[in-house]
Design a protein around this ligand. Sequence first.
Ligand code: NAD
Ligand code: APR
Length: 232
Amino acid sequence: MADVRSIVILTGAGISAESGIDTFRDAGGLWERHRVEDVATPEGFARDPDLVLGFYDMRREALHSREPNAAHRALARLDAEWGGDLLIVTQNVDDLHERGGARRVLHMHGELKSALCTSCEMRSPWDAPMSNRPPCPVCQAPTLRPDVVWFGEMPYQMDRIYRALRGADLFVSIGTSGAVYPAAGFVRDARELGARTLELNLERSEGSHWFHESRQGKAGELVPAWVEEVLK
Ligand code: NAD
Ligand code: APR
């Protein structure tokens, strides 16, 4: 690891699975119990806002009783102890990376703890139910939506992500199925730009063949062991 100066880490729902947060496409995952087109698209929100607000109120509420796991804490240790450039790009909307102590975190799909007003387009920290149409803290209009990127919408801060990928010596993907773009394409971008690529996932993902190395196992075990290797 001596020649590694810059690391980009992509995380997905799998890193939060051992904290008791449902993933999307595993057995029993969210997309088995809810139709994506109903609760994770702008069309679904326009069609039935109460259903969508209730879905995200339920996911936000569930977060209160969830704690960061060993994988989140290991990435926070890397963030604190490793002297190189580090960016954790997460597809997750939970706040477990931050609660585990990580600082350099970028939420490309938004965050459950943030509300977006569709009238004034301002964002506000948010931790209360939206189903009863509370007033926007900025403009007072009752038009808050979850600050979460839905299917068909553009993910956040893509310029910053691609700048980080261009400078990365190492790209590590943790707990994602590689089913959703553009996140699923980051490994190819990083590899073509000269980075080494490592996957840490419970099972082989749709993109495993793009990685120089792919390790299967639980994030709670694989991530602390990998961080130990980096800090050694
Ligand atoms: P996509 O093509 O990026 O995602 C395709 C994958 O999403 C599919 O392989 C499937 O697994 C899942 N998917 C999409 N529509 C589905 C449906 N109707 N039923 C079940 N699974 C479905 O999707 P997209 O619309 O092109 O996404 C555009 C952008 O939205 C992407 O860039 C992505 O970053 C973002 N996004 C956000 C979320 C979220 O909930 N935060 C979810 C997916 C995509
Ligand atoms: N440790 C490591 N990996 C795990 C664990 C675990 N304990 N449990 C599950 N996984 C892996 C699964 O094998 C799977 O490959 O995590 C991955 C979870 O994949 P998805 O459920 O598809 O979640 P994700 O890849 O984050 O989905 C991407 O799709 O619906 C959208 O917005 C949503 O951001 C999400 C995006």
